[in-house]
Design a protein. Structure first.
Lengths: 364, 305, 296
């Protein structure tokens, strides 16, 4: 982000880091990873991260609380399934885009109350979306192609005639979609629209006074957020579960995504990924440690309950100690490892992704 | 560009108004002179408040207020707390709808000023309780002042369409000039939320100035500032008027600042206007002294700003 | 020919179940009125109370002993919550506190089921669920009993708030925390008492709902029904909790019976929310609410 006085260099620590990450993700992991790693950890991580990115745009950046994100995961999954099934010859990628657009449309409808409501009241109306969508998708069997069990096997992921099957294939497909969308989101956040989101969140009246289209901004936030969550739903159902059913899109899932962005850090793109990684890995660590420490007593029921307690306690802890989440914790660790060279208030330090000591609130 | 280099060489020095004007002119290249309000050739006031009354429940906030602000004029509004000053600004900016009366912006009458069109009407304001966007950087906050001029869509912005990119560059450049003008260069990339209060107030002023408004409404811009900061801010305000020809309505409690800076002063008390004239006239007005200023001799002129 | 008798039965059934919603909403109102916190954990407190009670009873503890013991536990819970969660978060925006109670609900649910197990328990309060007739209209005996208990509890709290000194203190804190502090009211103490009171309400509600539905995990989801009630009645009004509950209960049952068949049933799940939504757009403060916090 350049001021007239200086320009940011082309190569920043941030960009190098991302490049390195991509190289590892595309080049290294597919070679050394096991099927279990892809199917049980990486692919769901990617889907959840994308959902978190979507929710973060709405709740973290634009400040509109939503408790119904799972509904849009469901809309995305079912819409993609139906487009793919009922429109012959439609490329799968187009189905995904259409599914996202469907989710966006429904998101905008359920986001209309945000024009008059805030905080809890908006949260209540997003719950309406959650319950209504879940009911509609279960009740009207047309959505599941009149399948008697209501559980559909997801068709394979294809791109330009090439089928991405197998753990590595599904992982790479998901990875690519996540990378593309995340890149678009980084551009969004730095644009006028992204600034509009934060303005409406931080001081809606001032935003209105200076000419920000508040109404339009909120609806765009709902639309884009729901689009991304819809696509994440496609990944969740098609790449991870490989079934399309309403079961996993309940209110617990909505809370899970909310927890991801709280733990990861609101209004932080990086936080969505950190939070999702945490949520995916936490139960695995918990079950291994529990089994090691308590042996046979630690069955699946105990695991589930311990997980609930652990997540709940962590949410509370994060809200008290580090409301800006893991993202800010990572910053602190980085500061400790690489002390700042610039003086406290001065210095023309180029903006760095990692060095952020004196800025306690909010980030773009 | 002597003024501009002066800025860069001694960034911490308090600039005299002349330095500041020179720097700004050099950077922007406009030559708008301030207009002498008393000899104004324009027939229309920039702002005209006509018979505005407003009550909340049983409490009268404003009672039959009439006020004119001419192009290039700095018109202060003073009075005890609760006299209705902020309510007046809220009516002028459409956040409150008056029970009676009209507000004219540049001659156009409104029973209820459309807040969303304020920027297009050339009106900008600051708020008493800081209204910064704390999650944005200083530069971004100031860029936001140009929101009303944004034409690109979110898709255009994401895909980096040439028109969108040009617009973004233009707006950032304009904001950058304001950043320099207001001595905010060092903190331009810092998130506004973590900065000292005095700097935040300056950022808010920058956001209001960047769109080169015809009318600038300042609601207690000096609250909580040190003497040095007040001097600097007074200099900025005066320069903005001198350079852009902006009319300024200023709500302020520091009487010294008000008397030294303003062309005219209006005094409100319990929602009524009890005086409206030059600083000298108002300071000598008995009704004003009784209601607000106290005995004339004891007024602290605050260093003759 | 419109079946009035049946209509009345459905209506009364709805009203009675609505009182049960009111009871849950009451717990919310108590806490919201005095601290501005929307306690999402109310539902899990309900579950926790019911589970504790039932487990004690199953282990041979007599009814009132178990009741007293559970009451004690809820008091401890209230104090613990105030100290560990509310105090550190005292200056945070309401939405942060709401999310903290979301986390709290997970903790309480987990602890409850970890301690007492995840099986379903039956809860017998000694009232038979047999219907009796009033002018040809069938009314469930249990529903009536539940309504009576809930109603008296609500009435008791109303009177408490209006006519006692402590009630006055609560209202003062709800109105203006700083002013209350200035007058000498000790906020932590008030909040601890309030959360305990909410715990008591959760206990009563937990017992009634548990007797009705069986004591199981889904009990904590009752909280989701309380939100539309609060929207209708106002988040800070006890009278609103009653009226809102009655309305939501009635609307739910009536729409399920009369509109439901056109959609294949299951409307109950979201009818309340749609109604609440409509209400929010027309009259955001609710029927009785005063606080206009967080409205556009």
């Amino acid at each position: 982000m350049a001021t007239p006085v200086r320009n940011t260099p082309l190569v920043t620590p941030e960009r190098l880091g991302v490049l390195l990450l991509l190289i590892v993700a595309y080049g290294v992991i597919p070679v050394i990873g096991t099927g279990y790693l892809f199917d049980a950890i990486l692919t769901p991580f990617l889907a959840l991260s994308l959902a978190a990115v979507g929710l973060n745009i709405l709740t973290g950046y634009a400040g509109q609380v939503s408790l119904g994100s799972a509904a849009f995961l469901a809309v995305g999954a079912f819409a993609a399934f139906n487009f793919n099934l009922r429109v012959p010859g439609l490329p799968f990628v187009v189905s995904i885009v259409l599914a996202g657009l469907t989710a966006a449309a429904i998101g905008i409808v359920f986001g209309l109350p945000s024009l008059r409501l805030r905080g809890f009241y908006l949260a209540v109306s997003t719950l309406a979306a959650q319950f209504f969508v879940q009911w509609a998708l279960t009740k009207f069997s047309w959505f599941s192609n009149d399948n008697p069990s209501g559980v559909i096997d997801a068709p394979p992921l294809t791109l330009a005639g090439f089928a991405f099957t197998g753990p590595i294939g599904r992982y790479l497909f998901s990875l690519t979609i996540v990378v593309v969308i995340t890149f678009a989101v980084t551009r969004l956040i730095r644009s006028q629209t992204g600034r509009n989101f934060v303005a409406v969140r931080d001081h809606e009246t001032a935003a209105r006074v200076i000419g920000v289209p508040v109404l339009g901004t909120k609806l765009v936030a709902f639309g884009i957020s729901s689009f991304i969550i819809g696509v994440a739903g496609v990944l969740w159902a098609f790449a991870y579960l490989r079934t399309v059913e309403t079961g996993g899109f309940n209110i617990d899932r909505s809370f899970q995504i909310l927890f991801i962005i709280i733990i990861g850090g609101l209004a932080s793109l990086r936080g969505a990924f950190l939070g999702a990684a945490f949520i995916v890995v936490f139960p695995l660590i918990l079950s291994r440690t529990g089994a090691a420490l308590f042996g046979g007593v630690f069955d699946s029921g105990v695991l589930e309950m311990s997980q609930r307690i652990g997540i709940g306690a962590l949410i509370i802890l994060f809200l008290i100690l580090e409301p800006r989440g893991l993202s800010a914790l990572v910053d602190r660790v980085w500061d400790w490892v690489r002390p700042r060279r610039a003086a406290a208030l001065g210095g023309a330090t180029p903006r760095s992704f990692f060095i952020r000591k004196l800025q306690p609130k909010g980030r773009t | 560009m002597p003024g501009a280099s002066a800025l860069r060489q001694r960034p911490d020095a308090v600039l005299t108004p002349r330095d500041a004007t020179a720097a700004l002119k050099a950077a922007i290249g406009t030559g708008v002179r301030a207009q002498d309000p008393s000899a104004s050739t324009a027939a229309t006031p920039v702002l005209a408040i006509e018979h505005v009354s407003l009550a909340f429940g049983g409490v009268t906030a404003l009672a039959d207020i009439n006020l004119d602000v001419w192009p290039g004029e700095i018109h202060a509004v003073i009075g005890p707390n609760g006299a209705g000053k902020s309510s007046l600004l809220n009516v002028v900016t459409g956040l409150y709808q008056p029970d009676r009366g009209r507000v004219r912006h540049g001659g156009r009458p409104f029973a209820h000023v459309p807040t969303a069109r304020l920027a297009r009407l050339g009106v900008a304001r600051t708020f008493q309780n800081l209204s910064l966007f704390k999650g944005l950087t200083v530069l971004d906050n100031i860029v936001m002042g140009l929101s009303a001029e944004v034409r690109s869509s979110f898709l255009g912005q994401i895909f980096g369409v040439p028109a969108a990119a040009r617009e973004e560059r233009r707006h950032r450049a304009a904001a950058g000039e304001i950043v320099e003008f207001l001595h905010l260069t060092e903190v331009a990339d810092r998130t506004a939320g973590g900065l000292p209060y005095g700097i935040q107030k300056r950022v808010e002023l920058g956001r209001a100035l960047v769109a080169k408004p015809k009318l600038l409404l300042l609601d207690e811009p000096m609250a909580g500032m040190t003497l040095t900061e007040k001097r600097e801010l007074t200099g900025f305000i005066r320069t903005a008027r001198d350079t852009y020809g902006t009319s300024i309505v200023l709500i302020e409690h520091d009487i010294g600042v008000v008397m030294g800076l303003s062309d005219r002063v209006a005094v409100l008390d319990y929602g009524r206007k009890i005086a409206d004239g030059t600083p000298d006239e108002v300071q000598a007005d008995q009704a004003v002294i009784d209601a607000y200023l106290g005995v004339a001799h004891d007024v602290d002129v605050g260093g003759g700003i | 020919m419109f079946d009035y008798q049946f209509f009345l039965e459905v209506l009364i059934g709805g009203l009675l179940s609505g009182i049960m919603y009111s009871l849950v909403a009451l717990g919310f109102v108590l806490i919201y009125k005095t601290s501005g916190v929307l306690n999402f954990a109310q539902g899990s407190m309900l579950l926790f109370a019911a589970l504790t009670f039932v487990s004690l009873v199953e282990r041979g503890v007599p009814f009132w002993g178990a009741f007293a013991a559970t009451l004690g536990v809820m008091v401890l819970l209230g104090v613990a919550v105030e100290r560990t969660i509310l105090r550190p978060l005292v200056n945070q925006p309401p939405i942060t506190l709401f999310m903290a109670t979301l986390g709290l609900s997970y903790v309480i649910e987990g602890v409850a089921q970890l301690l007492w197990g995840t099986q379903v328990h039956g809860l017998d309060l000694g009232i038979e669920d047999s219907p009796f007739e009033v002018y040809g209209v069938l009314i469930s005996q249990f529903d009536l009993f539940a309504a009576a208990v809930a109603g008296s509890l609500v009435a008791a709290f109303s009177l408490f708030f209006r006519y006692t000194r402590i009630g006055l203190a609560f209202r003062a804190v709800a109105d203006d925390q700083y002013a209350a502090l200035a007058v000498g009211l000790r906020l932590p103490r008030v909040w601890a008492i309030v959360w305990t009171a909410a715990g008591v309400v959760a206990l009563v509600a937990g017992l009634l709902w548990g007797a009705r539905l069986g004591v199981q995990f889904s009990l904590s989801l009752v909280v989701l029904k309380a939100l539309p009630v609060l929207v209708l009645g106002g988040f800070d009004s006890i009278a609103g909790a009653i009226v809102g509950g009655l309305l939501i209960g009635a609307i739910e049952k009536l729409s399920e019976v009369y509109i439901g068949p056109y959609f294949g049933g299951g409307i109950e799940g979201w009818a309340a929310y749609v109604v609440a939504l409509g209400f929010l757009l027309i009259r955001p403060a609710g029927l009785f609410g005063q606080k206009l916090v967080e409205r556009a």
